[in-house]
Write a protein that binds this ligand. Structure first.
Ligand SMILES: Cc1ncc(COP(=O)(O)O)c(C=O)c1O
Length: 423
């Protein structure tokens, strides 16, 4: 019986290393030994936690909030349900001062509890147990669509080195970018505007291997083919120092027969080798998503902005991802807007609370009851524009009701109309 190598299909590792080198343009090529094939970003987040954390010794998981909600369960499954901590995003992507203060407090607590060594994880040459995990989506984030500045990326790497933290980033939207201009001069962009945090760690202050993480570095980048090829592939890649990438390949479930997604990895390797996937991203996905994004923004400007709805980080030259984050005019609540949008207009929008870190909404910058997330990636442009107009109708009605002291003016739902017709 033939399985496959622990680190995944060598051809995919090689082809991906080449594409990443072209896209991020680091000072040295991305070498194959920095890459390990994964079952996608979610699966590999679970592997990273298995390999590099201990639910007791690892003090906290610090999550930039609003956060990708499906990651919460993965952290909880790894034993961190009481240790999840939210860190507010600021205009530059993360409130570093808050994070630093809280990590210090967390360290004081660990000291007072003599929390000095891993309790449940074996020490092996292929792994290292970190004291902290920091989780972020630094480019075109899900859900806020914010991008973390280079300055913050550097500050974060320095902080991680100081406090023995592993920064895990889902870099899953980086390839989905386009100019923010509503009349762009180009429809696609074939290189990244910023280095990933894993690239920053590779070079900052002499590089990852020179700083006290035993050669494992302090950053792990989760890439995924879900957004650029197809989510059903369940295939992605991890980039980190060669030691970290090797460590992930030695997760128990991969040592038992090799990396996940071996078969689909072969298909993806083929499309990269002939350049088809790259062309699909640059010639099809970027222009299509960019055009949907522009249509949605135009409609937001026309119908939602006059109602007092705000959008963050609107001054960026390059935008991307799948989502737009909207802050509602006071006193409207995201949950009620989402419910009424569904009932009255058959619209799916996500209320901000879905993206709150479970158990930690203490800081006012980490609770999102006044926000909603809308997605422009799925529907075609005309539907997106109509959707925003219908959302504006819901919000408009709610604002009138508020002004009238809470009298409902909502339109009857389809169900209620049917019921009326029965009589
Ligand atoms: C931030 C983020 N990470 C991970 C994923 C899922 O990636 P994968 O399908 O590779 O597990 C998503 C998909 O929505 C996402 O938005």
């Amino acid at each position: 019986m033939c399985y496959g190598p622990d680190a995944g299909d060598p051809r995919l590792r090689r082809n991906m290393a080449e594409w990443l080198t072209r896209f991020y343009n680091p000072a040295d090529p991305v070498s194959e030994d920095r890459i390990c094939i994964s079952g996608g970003a979610s699966q590999n987040l679970a592997c990273l936690l298995q390999d590099f954390t201990d639910p007791v010794f690892t003090r906290n998981v610090w999550i930039v909030a609003p956060a990708y909600m499906l990651a919460f369960r993965i952290f909880e499954d790894a034993g961190f349900h009481k240790k999840l901590r939210a860190v507010p995003e600021d205009d530059q992507g993360i409130d570093m001062q808050y994070l630093r203060t809280q990590i210090r407090k967390s360290e004081d607590k660990a000291k007072s509890q003599n929390n000095n060594e891993p309790q449940f994880k074996l020490s092996r040459p292929s792994n290292k147990i970190y004291k902290h995990v920091i989780y972020a989506v630094p480019a075109f984030s899900n859900p806020s669509s914010k991008t973390m500045s280079l300055r913050r990326r550097e500050e974060l790497v320095r902080l991680a080195r100081e406090y023995d933290a592993l920064i895990i980033t889902d870099d899953v939207y980086d390839f989905l970018q386009w100019p923010s201009s509503l009349s762009p001069s180009t429809l696609s962009i074939e290189t990244a505007g910023l280095p990933r945090i894993v690239d920053v760690d590779r070079y900052l202050d002499g590089g990852a291997e020179r700083h006290g993480a035993d050669g494992f570095g302090n950053a792990a980048s989760n890439g995924s083919f879900s957004k650029i090829f197809g989510p059903g592939l369940r295939t992605g890649w991890l980039e980190g120092t060669p030691k970290l990438a090797y460590g992930v390949s030695q997760t128990g479930s991969s040592r038992s027969g090799g990396s996940p997604s071996q078969l689909t990895a072969c298909f993806v390797a083929e499309t990269l080798e002939i350049g088809e996937l790259q062309r699909y991203v640059y010639d099809t996905l970027q222009p299509a998503y960019g055009s949907r994004y522009r249509r949605m923004v135009e409609t937001i400007n026309k119908h939602l902005t006059p109602l007092g709805v705000l959008t963050p980080q609107t001054d960026r030259e390059v935008v991307g991802g799948y989502f737009i984050w909207l802050t509602l005019p006071s006193p409207l609540k995201g949950l009620v807007v989402a419910q009424r949008a569904k009932e009255e207009e058959n619209l799916a929008v996500a209320q901000g609370e879905m993206f709150e870190v479970p158990g930690d909404t203490e800081h006012e910058g980490t609770s999102f009851s006044n926000d909603i997330r809308v997605c422009f990636a799925w529907e075609d442009e005309a539907m997106l524009a109509e959707g925003i107009e219908r959302l504006a109708a819901v919000i408009g009605r709610m604002l009138i009701e508020e002004a009238d002291g809470g009298q409902p003016t909502r339109r009857a739902t389809a169900k209620e109309e049917d019921a009326k017709n029965l009589w």
